[in-house]
Design a protein around this ligand. Structure first.
Ligand code: URP
Ligand code: ZN
Ligand code: ZN
Ligand code: ZN
Length: 467
């Protein structure tokens, strides 16, 4: 038996269009759009009608960079797939792509199986996986081919964190050569970790132990140098490259130059780099630890260059890098030694609202908001047009967004499993009202009506963003 929902009277915004249209949903997918008030739209009958008058009707957010339950620095990211995907839904995100981890000495398969086991049956929204490759050798390279075939089509490598996730240039080149052959996309954590570790040691020896030194040793120049090196290695391999969590304006310049040469080089930034700065890292009483992530927050002047990159398409995607650690008991592991503070910020619930605030503030247009938060990540990671747009045949992952509602971000009202908000007290205009995932109501007029296990695994095709 078919089930039909119609969303009436809203402004449908996609990456390409803004139209006053009604949306017909049938069996979890978008069946049709028709201009509101026209006979075609009026003729539709449905079991459920959602009135979106005065609201935006937008595709569910696609957050292509999350770390639920990530093991890091002797602890685990505090959101499980259950709590993290529920919080994502509250924030208008209906798909996440999380990072499965290969531990050194283990296969990719073991890591991927472990992440499937964590997620399966627990997610409120759909999810896919990238694979973190921490141990490149012949077997790993062969496994990459198999993973691409089964829908894990992107692989993160680290030029940072020696002894943990780190790959050297030879390992990176080999993985890139493999991805040039099998269609995979290398995602790079671009920071010169070997040089950073020297600066960490020297800072600690000088007694510089506060969180703010995390930002000082992880220099913008060392992000730019690694970004440049990754681009050149990808060029040698003939492979596309996606640089994750870009925070330094000098790194944006490297990406822009490569893109001007016509290379398939892409960049992602995150809300924390657009809205927060080294001022937060310098907050007293160890409060700065709440803002420790890598790449680190930068001085405020970098923000304008990140916004510019988002407007000029030198940066294509805004993901959260959601990797929450509680202040009490987790961030506190680094009291007296900033290098022991677990790296990562919470944000999966905040991204769509913060980027809408960027629309209100005049940084980006409404369509660019949907492009960088929904359509581009779906295309970059092989999920378009199933995800990332509202079009006939697409999954009915849809958010009814109230662009006039006012809210104040706070730990008291958020749904992420973490004891602080990185945006505590921030006023934003706009709020998620209702969220559908494959036609099912997950948030209904600001009530959670979803359930763990609704979210299904989404295998992905290869990158759909190449020149
Ligand atoms: O600080 C961060 N970004 N933590 C998560 C791991 C990573 O490097 O993305
Ligand atoms: Zn990273
Ligand atoms: Zn990350
Ligand atoms: Zn369900």
């Amino acid at each position: 038996m078919s089930s039909r929902t119609v969303i009436r009277g809203g402004l449908v915004i996609t990456a390409s269009d803004e139209i006053h249209a009604d949306v017909l949903i049938e069996d979890g997918r978008v069946a049709a759009l028709a201009a509101s008030g026209t006979p075609a739209a009026e003729a539709w009958t449905a079991e459920r009608t959602i009135d979106a008058t005065g609201k935006y009707v937008i595709p569910g957010g696609v957050d292509a960079h999350t770390h639920m339950e990530l093991p890091f620095g002797g602890t685990f990211a505090s959101d499980t797939f259950e709590t993290g995907t529920r919080a994502a839904a509250w924030g208008g995100t209906t798909t996440i792509v999380d990072f499965a981890v290969q531990s050194v000495g283990h296969s990719l398969r073991e890591g991927l199986d472990a992440w499937h086991a964590k997620a399966e049956g627990n997610c409120a929204i759909d999810y896919g996986f990238h694979m973190i490759v921490s141990d490149v050798h012949q077997e790993t390279l062969k496994e990459m081919d198999l993973l691409v075939e089964e829908g894990v089509t992107s692989f993160k490598q680290f030029m940072a964190y020696p002894g943990v996730f780190y790959s050297d240039d030879g390992q990176i080149l080999r993985a890139m050569q493999r991805s040039a052959d099998n269609g995979g996309l290398i995602m790079m954590h671009a920071e010169n970790g070997i040089a950073i570790d020297v600066l960490v040691e020297q800072a600690l020896a000088r007694g510089e132990t506060d969180p703010r030194y995390h930002g000082e040793v992880r220099k913008a120049l060392l992000e730019a140098e690694a970004t440049h090196r990754a681009i050149k290695l990808a060029q040698v391999a003939g492979a596309p490259l996606y640089v994750v969590h870009v925070s330094a304006m000098e790194a944006v310049a490297e990406l822009a130059r490569a893109r001007d040469e016509g290379l398939n080089v892409f960049g992602e930034t995150c809300p924390q780099y657009l809205f927060l700065s080294t001022d937060n890292l310098a907050e007293p009483d160890f409060e700065g630890s709440k803002y420790v992530c890598s790449t680190p927050l930068r001085p405020k002047e970098h923000q304008a260059k990140l916004w510019q990159g988002l407007r000029t398409n030198d940066l294509q995607v805004v993901s959260t890098d959601h990797c929450p650690f509680c202040f009490v008991g987790q961030k506190e592991l680094g009291r007296g030694d900033f290098s022991k503070i677990p790296n990562g910020l919470p944000g999966v619930e905040n991204r769509m609202d913060l980027l809408h605030q960027a629309v209100v503030d005049g940084h980006i247009s409404r369509r660019r908001w949907i492009e960088i938060a929904c359509a581009a990540p779906a295309r970059m990671f092989g999920m378009y047009p199933k995800k990332g747009t509202i079009a006939p045949g697409a999954d009915a992952d849809i958010v009814i967004y109230d662009p006039h509602a006012e809210q104040v971000m706070s730990v008291d009202t958020h749904h992420m499993n973490v004891d602080y908000s990185a945006y505590e007290g921030k006023h934003v205009t706009g709020r998620v009202e209702t969220v559908l995932s494959r036609g099912e109501l997950v948030i209904t007029e600001r009530e959670y009506t979803g359930h763990a296990g609704h979210g299904t695994y989404t295998p992905r095709s290869t990158c759909q963003y190449l020149n």
